[in-house]
Write a protein that binds this ligand. Sequence first.
Ligand SMILES: *Cc1c(COP(=O)(O)O)cnc(C)c1O
Length: 383
Amino acid sequence: MRTVEPISVTDRSTAPTVVEIDLSAIAHNARLVQKMAAPASVMAVVKADAYGHGAVRVSRKLVEEGIDYFAVATLAEAEHLRKHDIREPMLVMAAPLPGSLPAYRKLGVDVNVCSPAIAREVLATADPSAPLHIHVKVDTGMSRLGLMPEEAPDILSELQAAPGVHVSGLWSHYATADSASDTFSKEQLAIFDDIVRTLKPPYPMLHIGHSSGIFSDRVTSKLMRSFNTYVRPGISLYGVASSTGEPTPAELKPAMRFLSRITQIKDIPTGTTVSYGRTWTATQHTRLAIVGAGYADGYPRALSNRGRVGIDGGLYPVVGRVCMDMIMINLGKPTKAPPVAPGDEVVLFGPGGPSLTDVASWADTIPYELCSRIGLRVPKLHI
Ligand SMILES: *Cc1c(COP(=O)(O)O)cnc(C)c1O
């Protein structure tokens, strides 16, 4: 019988494509965001495996940096963190499914009360011996989750008065805070402020801003500053600037590098076509690098004939269609090509190659989508 020894994913000769995550960059970004958000505190958003950065390792690092509240998207994400000993208060931002409240109790995580139906279920199952911690969400203009502003004050005061229910937070979410011409956030904030004025003690924490909403007056009112206010950054912790939010890209440190390797080098004559569908033809004698990453690794197929990758300090174009497991890179004329060989590193995005933001725009998407969709088979190496 054959025995199988596991190969090590940390041995880069066995894994052409990896993501490298710099935890010290995340610590740096967290300190910067904490400083800029003060006097508000930071609730770190680590949903979607911390935007692909590895939620357990990232959360541990953030706890070291003094982060005392976390937010995830789903109960399963909260369970994963609890299993790995992340004990801090944690909000599950999804709308709870009917009948799911016992799971929140069991995990000791906070419930998003975002509809009258969920409020009724919380009240009906309230147990003074095991109070449920809730954040009441108001829909101030996103038209996604949340109580309508008219119904929020009554439901809030009923929940605040109920034994076995602990109203930890009142919250909302901006629709346009990342736009340079944003004026709508002010309207949303005014609606939120009106509801804050109806609060009675004990006062819950207030949180409305995400990364692009943290840093300016247009998204945090004077009224909010007199309460225990939190902000909910995600992308900025990972070192990516949301379009108009401060801090500037220069101050944030991108934490993720998406790396692959050259697996073959070949020269093709003028007139030769490359990859599926023959969408690219060599107009000169051309050296190609075949790279071991494709759309199954999270390198979008939309980058066919559009992407660029970092090799040996330069940027080189993707030619032909992106395949499931490979891309072809144009290194230029064989006489002028960089001196590279199979095994050499290719930076798909991150320091040493194009930025995540640039690659996302070439693929007609946003950085959030690219980093949160790194393929399941890609090992994460934390440094
Ligand atoms: C994802 C999310 C955030 C974090 O947003 P960033 O733009 O990454 O800072 C905050 N709040 C809610 C409700 C979210 O869904």
